[in-house]
Ligand binder design. Sequence first.
Ligand code: PLP
Length: 406
Amino acid sequence: MANDDPGLKPATKVVTGGRRDEWTGVPGQPGRTVNPAVWRASTHLYADCAALAEGKGAANEDGRFFYGRRGGPTQWALAEALTALEPGACGTILYPSGVAAIAGALMSVLRPGDRLLVTDNAYDPTRNMGLGLLRQFGVRTTFFDPLDLDAFRALVAEGAQAVFLEAPGSLSFEVCDLPALAAIAREAGAWVMLDNTWSGPTGLAALAMGIDGTVNALTKHVGGHSDLMMGAATGNERLYPRLRRTAQQMGQVVSPDDAALALRGLRTLDVRLKRESESALAIATWLAARPEIAAVLCPMLPGAPGHDLWARDFSGGCGLFSLILKTTDPAARARFVDALALFGIGYSWGGFESLALPVDPARDRSVSPWPPAGVDPAATLGVRLSIGLEDTGDLIADLEQALDRI
Ligand SMILES: *Cc1c(COP(=O)(O)O)cnc(C)c1O
């Protein structure tokens, strides 16, 4: 079995991806290193004028020396490893942050006069991109409830050139019917993209479900150690050439040092996500039985909103979920979060360390209800937890003493 066999499982692919001989060895020298070197370069040198002329023409291809902005073996290895993880992918573009990847993906398909449909549970910078940057370029953005297929079908019928999804929503954790939404959009000729940061490239075969491209904030799970900012967009055959052209025109590039850090994170992605998911599920189960909690929004938890679709479509999860408190007093919520000793308070997630964040998704949605159906409408105060790699029992003990402060 070759190490680029597409039949290999994700746990194997995160280990083998991108480790080509020519990126880990030196010509004429036997043996090679496990990891590609950090190739720092602006100028790539050419053998002669004829080679230079060729480089400007047809040879401006992925994986060939050209100029520093096109990257070198360190960035190529990372992009290739990410592409290998997504069945149906043609290539991956790296960006200096997850938000830059979202902007790059949307700018590569939208034109003035187009209409973009964005899921109402989208990450708020995605929302603001529709309301700000894209509006400036003549694109209209309409938000839709990801759980209402009929309303979505009606919006698509009015005309839409692109659809941007996020599943589960990274504050409110709705799981939408991805294949059904993608089929409706594609039938109308619209591009379909998904922010897949939550389950990451190992947890969902999105392109195989009819989605044209996925965006991943590598800052989160792939980096995994809270020391890196990076994003990626992976496209099918239809989308990838557009992603590439737009990224080149916008001058997007990541440093080889950062690419090496992301590659290091990627090698342990599968084992970290499995450990986090197991711990998060145990903690979510414990929280669901506590009297202070109105709802636990964790798709991996049987009976929680979205669990059935998650179990049908996803092959993995992660440590990120939200809970809704019964208290309606924001000061009581702050006492709970402030009392946590093992959870840091801060943005981002997916690192080795646990985090807690007060969240109020109602502020960043316009057409879907908060709290979700089935939860006491008076209970609106959310707390998002990112479960890290600490001992599960220690984290539960910490949550227990903090809940007592409510
Ligand atoms: C953090 C995040 C992003 C953006 O990533 P950055 O690297 O912080 O720009 C995009 N989508 C989701 C769902 C995120 O949580």
